[in-house]
Design a protein around this ligand. Structure first.
Ligand code: FES
Length: 114
């Protein structure tokens, strides 16, 4: 495990998401839920590898939607909701004080059918 600071709680407000890049160039998507619950996903849609930081939204139900072709993901687990045979990789994360840390070591972004 090699956690590195990726941003702070002030960088991503509750109900929002934002993309960041780790020191080794891995693009991650930080999703901020209620009560400072943070989930960090791959920043690439598994469908056609479009950047979720640009094409992704959190809809009114908290579902992460890639607006390129409307694939939907559970914004807490990364599980595919539509279609269901896909998922987003989840990176281990932690919050210490106001700082958000991520560990991308050994985790490969998911890809899916197209
Ligand atoms: S690239 Fe995301 S749904 Fe197609």
């Amino acid at each position: 495990m090699a956690f590195e600071k990726i941003c702070t709680l002030d960088d991503v407000w509750e109900g929002e998401m934002k993309a960041f890049t780790t020191k080794d160039g891995t693009e991650v998507l930080v999703v901020a839920h209620e009560d400072d619950k943070i989930v960090i996903f791959q920043n690439m849609c598994p469908h056609q590898e479009i950047t979720l930081g640009q094409k992704g939204i959190l809809n009114e139900n908290g579902v992460l939607v890639c607006t390129a072709h409307l694939w939907e993901f559970d914004s807490c687990t990364g599980k595919g909701l539509n279609p269901t045979d896909c998922k987003l990789a989840v990176y281990p994360s932690k919050v210490e004080g106001d700082d958000i840390y991520v560990d991308t070591e050994g985790i490969t972004p998911e890809k899916s059918h197209s």
